[in-house]
Design a protein around this ligand. Structure first.
Ligand code: N01
Length: 502
């Protein structure tokens, strides 16, 4: 291999390479700039930044976390149009913020990273890109996010189907649904947003539900012109609004540790379903039998009433097979269809979605082997044996109750602190101590065992196939903030290997 040709525009190692230009990668880049660290590159696989909010554009796509919380604390936006903004408004916010902080010019687009290995003698990582080029760096940050590889069910006969098929995150806006017979599979956060939106357009909509979700009312509201003006002129008011939203979200963590309290909320939601759905049998099918909070709690005022429409039906039978122009269910019933929409979620297990992304750390160890049983990291950020490699929204740092942007900011600041501390010590790499990482994860798994995610009687994407929860941060977010406030010396090995060259 001609290494000169392969090292694209970076003839020398960069200090930091960031993989992924969603909220995580963008935050990391801004935090580095804030600290005067300019020697970095952001590698983005697509032609634009935005991640989830670039990819998901299905009808009705919106965030179910309030916009004033689902945005950077350092980049407040007084102009959010509504409490829960649509995807386009969020994507515009991301693009504006990228532009404002000059991250666009630090980004290499169409640069998909597909492997990484650590050179112990030089204390440098080499990232392999799909186009055959490489980027050499001292540190790298994996900020590609856990919800971007669509999960496509292997229904028998799916390849024979002559109509249109697409996943919710790859919506085909050129395909006109008007007057079509549509079958939609899945009833998660994505489906409950597009189902009410497309129902009035189509001739018939068959919603296929495997497990019903708990859906609570959405406290929807648009911000008036006056409120926006006040937020703009008096930023303190906007900040106070954000603080109020933060603590109201944070209070949701309480029933998670007290499933009995969740029982009280369930009674309220059951009334909500009965109130919104006319047909008793449909209402019964839409009512979950597991504890509220076990799967992600969803919010909508429009989903349940959709089932009062004459052209919408709910199917709780499994899919037996797909034929050329129809779908057949396990009870033998068959529905003609023009279009099949898969609201079937994402592959969230990094052992599966990163199987073609080999990562080799110290002494040739492979992350795929180290994570054979489960993905684990210290604070979801660093992994023992993989020095100077950091993750954002890594293992056990997803949230079921508050804004992930809060976690992302904590992680970016922690990573920046680690990089600066290493420089201050004159070291070449830092590696989290295995005992510290193991102790952290043992305690976390012990604590998560008593929560509604493990005890609530459901299976969800929060758990891997053996039931272990490697997705969720099971505590309050301020606890995460406290833990990530500074990089503790004793938790890491601080190594210097390039002595002779200096
Ligand atoms: O995916 P999901 P999603 N046959 O995994 C069903 C975030 N998000 O795209 O429950 C039949 O939640 C599956 O059934 P079951 C948010 O974090 C955020 O909707 O496994 N059904 C389930 O009903 C969310 O949690 C926003 O039994 C099958 C559905 O498909 C995450 O993204 C908005 C099936 C998948 O639901 C994912 O949400 C939207 C099969 N073979 C999404 N396979 C915000 O507002 C799967 N299902 C922030």
């Amino acid at each position: 291999m001609n290494s000169r040709a392969k090292v694209y525009q970076y003839a020398r190692p960069v200090k930091v390479a960031i993989v992924g230009g969603g909220f995580g990668g963008l935050c990391m880049a801004i935090k580095l700039r804030e600290a005067g660290i300019e020697d970095f590159v952001l590698l983005e696989k697509a032609e634009q930044v935005g991640g989830t909010w670039r990819d998901n554009s299905y009808p009705g796509c919106a965030c179910d976390v309030q916009s004033h919380m689902y945005s950077f604390s350092f980049e407040g936006n007084p102009d959010w149009s509504a409490r829960y903004s649509g995807w386009k408004e969020i994507q515009d916010y991301i693009l504006r913020t990228t532009e404002k902080h000059g991250i666009q010019e630090k980004t290499r687009f169409n640069a998909e990273v597909c492997g990484a290995h650590f050179d112990q003698d030089k204390a440098l990582w080499t990232l392999d890109l799909k186009d055959g080029s490489q980027v050499v760096c001292q540190h790298w940050v994996l900020a590609s996010g856990p919800l971007h590889v669509p999960q496509i069910p292997n229904f028998p006969g799916l390849d024979r189907f002559k109509g249109k098929v697409f996943h919710s995150s790859q919506w085909d806006h050129d395909y006109d649904l008007t007057g079509k017979k549509v079958v939609s599979v899945g009833t998660g956060a994505s489906a409950i947003q597009y189902v009410p939106q497309i129902a009035p357009e189509v001739e018939r909509l068959t919603v296929v539900q495997r497990t019903p979700g708990w859906i609570i009312p959405r406290d929807e509201r648009t911000y008036s012109k006056l409120t926006k003006t006040l937020f703009r002129r008096f930023p303190l008011l906007r900040k106070l609004h954000r603080v109020r939203l933060y603590w109201s979200n944070e209070s949701r963590v309480v029933p998670i540790f007290h499933p009995r309290l969740a029982g009280l909320l369930e009674k309220v939601v059951k009334q909500f379903i009965r109130f919104q759905v006319k047909d008793k049998e449909t209402a019964r099918k839409l009512t979950p039998s597991y504890t509220l909070g076990c799967k992600r709690i969803m919010i909508s005022n429009r989903y349940y009433p959709t089932f009062n429409r004459d052209n919408v039906e709910l199917f709780t039978e499994g899919v037996k097979e797909v034929r050329e122009n129809s779908i057949v269910f396990t009870d033998g019933s068959e529905r003609e269809m023009d279009c099949l929409i898969l609201g079937t979620g994402f592959i969230v297990d990094p052992r599966i979605y990163m199987k073609d992304f080999p990562i080799t750390g110290l002494d040739g160890r492979k992350l795929q082997d180290d994570w054979a049983d489960a993905s684990e990291a210290y604070l979801g950020i660093t992994v023992a044996g993989y020095p100077n490699m950091f993750q954002m929204v890594g293992p056990n740092t997803g949230l079921g109750h508050n804004s992930i942007i809060f976690m992302i900011e904590c992680q970016a600041e922690y990573i920046r602190d680690a990089i600066q501390k290493l420089d201050a010590k004159g070291g070449d790499y830092l590696d989290v101590k295995r005992a510290e990482m193991d102790a952290f994860n043992d305690k976390l798994q012990e604590d998560v065992a008593g929560t509604v995610w493990q005890q609530g009687g459901c299976s969800s994407w929060y758990q891997q196939a053996d039931g272990k929860n490697v997705a969720i941060w099971p505590y309050s977010t301020w606890r995460y903030w406290l833990k990530t406030r500074r990089v503790e010396d004793g938790v890491y090995h601080w190594e210097k290997v390039r002595q002779a060259q200096k």
